[in-house]
Write a protein that binds this ligand. Sequence first.
Ligand SMILES: NC(=O)C1=CN([C@@H]2O[C@H](COP(=O)(O)OP(=O)(O)OC[C@H]3O[C@@H](n4cnc5c(N)ncnc54)[C@H](O)[C@@H]3O)[C@@H](O)[C@H]2O)C=CC1
Ligand SMILES: CC(=O)C(=O)O
Length: 367
Amino acid sequence: MIVGVPKEIKADEYRVALVPAGVEELTRSGHRVLIQSGAGLGSGISDEQYAQHGAEIVPSAAEVWRRAELVVKVKEPLPQEWPLLQAGQTVFTFFHFAADAELTQAVLRSGITAIAYETIQDERGRLPLLTPMSEVAGRMSIQEGAKYLERPFEGRGILLAGVPGVPPATVTILGAGVVGSNAARVAAGLGANVFILDINLDRLRYIDDTMPNNVTTVFSNRHNILECLRLSDLIIGAVLIPGAKAPHLVRREDLKLMPPRAVVVDVAIDQGGCFETSRPTTHAQPTYIVDDIVHYCVTNMPGAVGRTSTYALTNVTLPYILHLANRGVMQAIREHPGLRAGVNIHAGQITNAAVAESFGLKHVPLA
Ligand SMILES: NC(=O)C1=CN([C@@H]2O[C@H](COP(=O)(O)OP(=O)(O)OC[C@H]3O[C@@H](n4cnc5c(N)ncnc54)[C@H](O)[C@@H]3O)[C@@H](O)[C@H]2O)C=CC1
Ligand SMILES: CC(=O)C(=O)O
């Protein structure tokens, strides 16, 4: 099979979808790997390193898209890439369709098979390709939140840890999954008072058992969310309903309950965000203010730490890429129910129920 890796073009996206070790494994199995020149530079990987491990370096994204049967990426195709999608081709990447109606329509029209990292499941129903990026984003959310709480960055001028004689900040985390638990650990390590909310009591029990004493679990309902908002200097959005648009747990009118210049880091923005007032931002311009609350809503947080994130991501994606290439896409999907859960769009139809429901469109399960 011909596997192609274009350079990522999203703003400040420094990840790449394959590392030289992956090229080596694919070529050893008899596949050809096309890497767009410069695709790895953001993660510190040169064309020469890819070539030494068997890749063919091609000069343009257009050539990768034209020749590859399986295109492997990190972020969703952007409008400049939509005309390059080839009917019958398979594209393996993060798509987050529920947050982007135009992308969904473009992919439906293209005739590609879109396999979304974020809805692939393991045998326990977990999301193994999202997990490492959620670990990165969860940990980053606190360091970003800490920065934007600083007054020169328009925050309320609070040090998360406090100092002797001055109390630490209060951090509320909505969602106790991978992002939420990683955020809680980092915030607690810095000395903040942490509230973490979820609707899954087993998850809250696990957090209660494993986190330090400055992390308090709270059942997620509207009353408790509003109580926590009143106390919070920093609030992290980390809820997920796989494939679906994130629920708006915090409405615009709720912002007035928070202290002025408190900070919201809405990690769930890639699925639309769990604050009504969230809209996507970039690393170049990560924040904006609504009703005196600083909002940070970067859709590709791990992209900023490309060296860490590329290796964390490719550790988990490579076995799936090898399976797709070795078995052929359709046979691979037939054999692997978890991979099948990743197929969001195939041959012009939406094959993921949550994505179809987000847009009120028809769901056609894969045969
Ligand atoms: N912005 C970025 O760069 C990145 C964004 N993400 C996103 O972060 C979000 C969270 O991801 P994960 O932590 O991996 O998901 P997860 O599935 O591990 O955790 C989500 C949690 O939300 C909980 N939840 C659902 N409804 C809730 C409610 N009403 N109240 C409270 N909790 C609720 C679930 O029970 C679950 O424990 C996803 O949208 C993911 O795509 C992940 C990585 C990078
Ligand atoms: C999960 C995701 O969207 C990212 O890592 O950028």
